[in-house]
Ligand binder design. Structure first.
Ligand code: AMP
Ligand code: ZN
Length: 494
């Protein structure tokens, strides 16, 4: 079976096939690096990460590009407020974004920065002006004439027939009532960052950035364009208008939009006090793997209501999977294999794939793996699982984790990094006792590991190999990787 995905353009679930044989070219609108990313942003980024992981697992070569918006209205405003340059301001939040994506198990896409493509953006505007699709206003800004693109509204299914020709809008984000000629290029206002280009001084509008960078990286027509549902209008509608009126070709074939995350039943907002960045949750003592699990537990087009109860359940689910993996890996099972367990592993892989092929039904895929765990655990309990059954069951679990990415054992190190960041930023008041306890427990166990390694080395030097081997086995089975280097023994966690 092939992958079927919902396409916002057709409003239907369609079979997904790339335009070029085996290669998927996809683009996701990335962060505007003006603040810490919140869990709504990460619901979207994780959903797209999961999609690209699944495409690769299904045998496609994936070229996945994401932009970093490092100049826009909000950035310019905040940089001026903090009295720093735009570059200084965005460098901090770009670093934060990269750390956060790594923390939450997102494989790094090919990243492109808006400020590194300014000449191409100016040229794009010049070509639109040449075709009379764009025009220059008296102040030196350039606007897209939406009357020149009759298909305007085809993605958002809005009817713009009553709009006023020539009415304009300047801001990057606006609602549907402002369906007017939008700014492609903004002339500098006093004190604003700007670039000198052949079309005059200024800076690109947000929509232009994505059109130019996606086509530069992926070609004039590519397979899939992704973002949160709020981007359908005006951002993606404007990207389509700019790109298609210039090239005359379909810009992106599939439009993949992720439903907005709710928190405790409400739209997340600072005013309601239900606004959480990823780091806020870690400061409260929650593991990155639980957060990722929860954010993938509802299919991307369905409403996901984030709650702290849900987060606790997610932690239990991840732990159950980890325990199962340990149980199988440690296994002292009788020799042989059983047809039931062999086919259970195979069927589970197929059920997982069928679920994900069905418009990324992550909830069904998780249900399939838990059914496998439940049945295999009861086979272990009743002594029916054989040594030869462990490998295919573990392989099925690995396949699950190639896409879901929740079983890495590096939560402790990631939480410690957030702990240290909070200290460095003077935010120790926000560190919960839960996080403090976790980090301390980890440090205590580091001391214990180092103690055991010293004992092991002493035994080895005394040529007491039975003792040193036993200690090594104990450490390895506790997930410690031991390396002998010329400077002595080094260790790290798996
Ligand atoms: P921004 O940094 O604001 O440009 O947003 C980055 C991405 O996060 C975009 O794809 C947004 O559509 C998405 N996004 C913002 N808020 C939410 C939310 N509450 N739920 C899901 N996605 C969101
Ligand atoms: Zn975009």
């Amino acid at each position: 079976m092939a992958l079927r995905l919902h396409n916002t353009m057709s409003s239907q679930v369609e079979e997904f096939r790339p335009l070029r044989d085996n290669e998927v070219r996809m683009y996701a609108c990335g962060p505007t690096v003006y603040d810490y990313g919140h869990i709504g942003n990460f619901r979207t980024f994780i959903a797209v990460d999961l999609l690209q992981r699944f495409l690769r697992q299904s045998g496609y070569k994936v070229r996945y590009v994401m932009n970093i918006t490092d100049v826009d209205d909000r950035i310019i405003h905040n940089a001026a407020r903090d009295e720093v340059s735009v570059q200084q301001y965005t460098a901090k939040y770009e670093k934060v974004f990269l750390e956060d994506t790594a923390m939450i198990g997102i494989e790094r896409p090919h990243l492109v920065r808006a400020t590194e493509h300014i000449p191409q953006m100016a040229e794009f505007v010049a070509r639109l002006v040449e075709k009379k699709i764009a025009y220059r206003a008296d102040d030196g800004s350039y606007y897209f004439r939406i009357a020149s693109f009759p298909a305007y509204g085809k993605l958002s299914k809005k009817d713009f027939s009553g709009m006023i020709d020539g009415a304009r809008v300047d801001v990057d984000e606006y609602d549907k009532d402002s369906a007017r000629d939008f700014a492609l290029w903004k002339a500098p206002k006093p004190g604003e960052a700007s670039w000198d280009t052949p079309i005059g001084p200024g800076r690109p509008g947000w929509h232009l950035e994505c059109s130019v960078m996606s086509m530069e990286e992926l070609g004039e027509s590519f397979d899939l364009h992704a973002g949160g549902e709020d981007l359908v209008f005006p951002h993606h509608e404007n990207e389509i208008a700019q790109s298609e009126s210039l090239t005359g070709k379909t810009f992106a074939r599939f439009w993949f939009h992720v439903r907005f995350l709710l928190v405790e039943g409400e739209k997340m907002s600072k005013r309601l006090g239900n606004f959480y960045t990823l780091r806020d949750l870690v400061l409260k003592g929650h593991k990155p793997s639980s957060i990722r699990y929860l954010l993938t537990s509802v299919p991307y087009r369905n409403q996901l209501n984030f709650t702290f109860d849900g987060l606790k359940q997610a932690a239990v689910s991840v732990e159950r999977l980890c325990n199962f993996r340990e149980r199988l890996s440690a296994g002292n099972f009788p020799a042989g294999s059983t047809p039931e367990m062999q086919s259970l592993a195979g069927e589970s892989v197929e059920r997982m794939k069928a679920a994900l092929d069905d418009d990324l039904n992550t909830a069904q895929a998780q249900a399939a793996i838990f059914e496998m765990v439940r049945r295999a655990n009861s086979a272990i309990d009743s002594g029916q699982l054989k040594a030869g059954d462990a490998a295919p069951l573990l392989a099925a679990l690995d396949r699950f984790d190639e896409v879901f990415a929740v079983l890495n054992d590096d939560d402790a190190a990631k939480m410690k990094a957030v702990f240290q960041w909070a200290l460095a930023e003077g935010r120790e008041k926000e560190i919960s006792t839960e996080l403090r306890d976790q980090v301390q427990a980890d440090q205590t166990s580091n001391v214990a590991i180092e103690g055991k390694i010293a004992e092991m080395e002493a035994a080895r030097k005394a040529r007491n190999f039975a003792v040193s081997d036993a200690l090594r086995t104990e450490l390895v089975s506790a997930g410690v990787i031991i390396e002998n280097t010329k400077d002595g023994v080094r260790w790290r966690r798996k």
